[in-house]
Design a protein. Structure first.
Length: 262
């Protein structure tokens, strides 16, 4: 099938999915109001096969050190699949299934599948990474850009992590866990019971971000947007807490955004 944009609808919710632009969710509109930032950094993109930064772009793959392009010098950031075109496997009025082959510069073949499912009051994103050949470490995550303002008061963010990963001068976790500190943040948080965060646009909308994953990066240093990023491990996780994808064990993750009007 083609890689043209897809529009999903359910009730007064509408989602734009962009297979040709890195498998990105290009927009989420509730009653005609766009929740995701538009422009240069927009929508919500998948982070695969790693999330956040890899220190110096290098990770240990078995006994071999691999080098990824330094697209956020001196580090590599946010994986490879957001830079290419995905294929549309199938669509319906309220669901799209996309696939993407892992390819150069990633050293191993693999298949990424993303399912975008819309209901009247929720959007669920599900992703898997699988291989039929050599095993490799990988991560899955999503990077949404939620609008800070929907035309009223600025959004507030409520979440209760068990800890915060101490951030070093290189923007990567030092390995120390600290008590959560006040924002602004470009930080990773641990939530052993699963990710749960609530964004509230006062008098307008409440949106809950949930995931069974135990990690989330919160980034709110930009004036126009707030990012809550569920992921399967912390930044630099290919080195510090790798999950091995094997022919018998794919890596799978999901996140749901559910909303209600205020």
């Amino acid at each position: 099938m083609s890689d043209e944009d897809i529009t999903l609808t359910a009730g007064d919710a509408e989602v734009t999915v962009q297979p040709g632009n890195g498998g990105r969710v290009g927009g989420l509109r509730i009653g005609g109001v766009e929740l995701l930032r538009q422009g240069e950094r927009f929508g919500c993109f998948p982070m695969v096969p790693w999330c956040g930064r890899i220190r110096d772009g290098r990770f240990l793959d078995g006994a071999e050190v691999r080098q990824m392009p330094l697209n956020a010098p001196p580090h590599a950031i946010h994986g490879t699949v957001r830079d290419g075109a995905w294929r549309t496997a199938r669509t319906s009025a309220d669901e799209a299934v996309l696939t993407c082959e892992l390819a150069d510069p990633w050293p191993h073949p693999g298949l990424v599948t993303q399912i975008v499912s819309l209901t009247e009051d929720a959007l669920t994103l599900t992703m898997s990474v699988e291989t039929y050949q050599s095993s490799f470490p990988a991560q899955i995550g999503w990077h949404p850009w939620f609008n800070r303002n929907l035309g009223g008061e600025d959004v507030t963010l409520d979440f209760d992590p068990a800890w915060q990963e101490e951030r070093g001068a290189d923007h990567l976790p030092t390995g120390n866990r600290i008590d959560p500190e006040p924002g602004p943040w470009d930080d990773c948080f641990g939530m052993p019971g699963g990710v749960e965060a609530t964004l509230t646009w006062p008098g307008q909308l409440e949106l809950r971000v949930t995931s069974r994953q135990e990690w989330a990066v919160v980034y709110d240093e930009q004036e126009a947007a707030v990012c809550v990023e569920p992921q399967t491990g912390p930044p630099n996780g290919l080195n510090t807490s790798p999950h091995l994808v094997t022919p018998l064990e794919p890596l799978e993750a999901a996140t749901t955004w559910s909303w209600r009007r205020l």
